[in-house]
Design a protein around this ligand. Structure first.
Ligand code: FE2
Ligand code: FE2
Length: 298
């Protein structure tokens, strides 16, 4: 891919290029992917459509890739082949989007249509295999919750592209907080269960982060108090590190810092785990997206 060699897509011009190290401009390792998003004051559905389509096509290709990695031929040959076909089709869409300029405003609907069409059968696949894995019909290494989690993400992308097709690029805080706090909670539990069982301290940290996000899904003083009561150390630390913002935003910033450090430690072999660096970077980018949407939300 052109941009992996340090060349930015032409459409990135005039948008924010977000890297692990703020302002670096280029990836620091082979598993870092840069996030390209419209400027904070940009309310043009066309630029949002391009940036979100680029982000989502890659995320969805990665979901398929992670499924394939967790589906040994011996256990799930047919499902693995299906996953690889999804990976291929989302990677093709990604390449097309990156080569494209943002659409005209009047063409947003047509621009996002191929992606929306590709998402529908992937949602169906995630639902079907989640069910099979839960009931024991499928014995892959993909947790049922991982099928559900990635399905919920795909369903939200579908809603997002429907909104953009209707010319609505803005985010609503209640929706953003409810959706992403749940995702952050689940990421933390995935991390806890993929760390080497000897990593006591990090496993505990991950569970504590999960508790905080579960409480903060109630985006009110009550939710903050509940988070504080459940995990006083974690919440106070994050408010001390990011005192300028509210409890949800400081928790998101803190989990982003945690994931950024974690992916570096995984790459360098300082953390023992079965977490693939690309999966670690994937959840980091999703935390970054949460933070970015939260800043835009009204
Ligand atoms: Fe994801
Ligand atoms: Fe996720």
């Amino acid at each position: 891919m052109a941009e992996m060699s340090g060349q930015m897509p032409a459409s990135a011009e005039g948008m924010d290029v977000l890297t692990r190290t703020p302002g670096a401009g280029t990836p620091e390792s082979t598993s870092e992917k840069v996030v390209i998003l419209p400027k904070m004051d940009d309310h043009d559905p066309a630029t949002h459509a391009w940036a979100d389509a680029r982000f989502a096509a890659d995320i969805l290709a990665e979901h398929a890739h992670f499924f394939a990695l967790l589906m040994p031929e011996e256990l799930a040959a047919k499902e693995r082949a299906e996953a690889l076909r999804f990976q291929h089709s989302f990677a093709q869409l990604y390449d097309r989007i990156v080569a494209d300029r943002p659409p005209e405003r009047s063409d947003v609907k047509a621009f996002v249509a191929p992606l929306t069409e590709a998402i529908k059968p992937f949602i169906e696949y995630k639902a079907r295999l989640g069910e099979a894995q839960s009931s024991g019909k499928l014995r892959s290494l993909v947790w049922p919750l991982f099928f559900d989690h990635t399905r919920h993400e795909a369903e939200r992308w579908e809603r997002r592209f429907d909104d953009l097709a209707r010319g609505e690029p803005d985010f609503e805080r209640g929706e953003v907080v409810k959706f992403w706090t749940n995702i952050m909670d689940e990421h933390a539990r995935f991390v806890a269960h993929l760390l080497d069982p000897d990593e006591y301290e990090l496993i505990e940290k991950a569970f504590s982060a999960s508790n905080v996000f579960r409480k903060l899904s109630d985006d009110s003083v009550g939710g903050t108090v509940a988070a504080l009561v459940a995990e006083p150390g974690t919440v106070v630390d994050s408010l001390v590190q990011h005192p300028e913002v509210d409890a949800v935003m400081s928790a998101v910033q803190t989990i982003l810092d945690f994931k950024t450090q974690a992916v570096r430690d995984i790459e360098a072999g300082r953390i023992k785990s079965i977490i693939e660096p690309r999966l670690a970077d994937h959840v980091r980018r999703e935390a970054l997206k949460f933070l970015n949407e939260l800043k835009r939300a009204v």
